[in-house]
Design a protein around this ligand. Structure first.
Ligand code: PEP
Length: 248
């Protein structure tokens, strides 16, 4: 079945107005009919983009609606300025800001209630991989969200499989390694609801670059990428988007 191809750039705590401008210019003239391109800049910059081909989202959202939560962004605010997508559960949020599976699930509930599409990030550490526990770890991450929103809720998300050992390290999972986990995810979800499993876009993330993208995107269960470092260079990011576009 053909699923929506997506390439999403996560700028993390990087970027400035000049970079936004470079992306506006590069993507206004790019022809990318078969891929959805998303950028997740620092929230201050979301309204600086003016390129229709780019879907702009935020890197994090609160599970709270409003109140005394210094530094947070709410879904009410995202709705207010027409932001339709958010990352949820990035490994840096899980590790550095102690967001556990319960908090991630609560964020997904809040986002879906506001018609915001989450890119739900999951993925194992090197220790989990070395211990041979990848599948059960990923399954637990998925189960906590499925328990909260059901398969109907999950069907409104985009998944991103991001092995932590490959994020920002320059070590990309091989296409075979990535495909193996993507296939596991799809099989596991298929054991609960085959049609949701078949239609869900599952992105790969972890040191994707212009060289590795074509082989990764050629895998049957990889529907695009979530890109960190290489999303800070407009030409390279465009090349990655073109690789996904060819598969769309
Ligand atoms: C990410 O931050 O989601 C990511 C995949 O980063 P990088 O591409 O730099 O590994």
């Amino acid at each position: 079945m053909s699923r929506t191809k997506i390439v999403a750039g996560n700028w993390k705590l990087n970027g400035n107005k000049a970079l936004v401008s470079a992306f506006n210019n590069a993507f206004t003239v790019a022809k990318l009919d078969n891929v959805s391109v998303m950028i997740f800049p620092p929230a201050l910059y979301v309204n600086e983009f003016d390129c229709e081909q780019l879907i702009i989202g935020v890197q994090n959202v609160s599970e709270q609606q409003s109140g005394a939560f210094t530094g947070e962004l709410s879904t009410l605010m995202l709705n207010d300025i027409d932001i339709s997508h958010t990352l949820i559960g990035h490994s840096e949020r899980r590790d550095l800001y102690h967001e556990n599976n319960d908090i991630i699930a609560a964020k997904v509930v809040t986002a879906l209630a506001a018609n915001i599409t989450p890119i739900l990030c999951i993925g194992e550490s090197l220790d989990i991989r070395t211990a041979g526990k990848v599948n059960e770890f990923i399954q637990a991450q998925l189960d906590s969200v499925i328990d909260a929103v059901g398969m109907t809720g999950l069907s409104k998300c985009i998944l991103a499989y991001e092995p932590i050992w490959a994020i920002g390290t320059g070590v990309t999972a091989t296409p075979a390694q990535a495909q193996e986990v993507h296939a596991f995810i799809r099989d596991y979800l298929g054991s609960i609801d085959a049609s949701v499993a078949q239609s869900l876009s599952i992105l790969y993330g972890g040191s994707v670059n212009a060289k590795t993208a074509p082989d990764l995107f050629a895998q049957p269960d990889i529907d695009g990428g979530l890109v960190g470092g290489a999303s800070l260079k407009e030409e390279e990011f465009l090349t990655i988007c073109q690789a996904a576009n060819q598969r769309g």
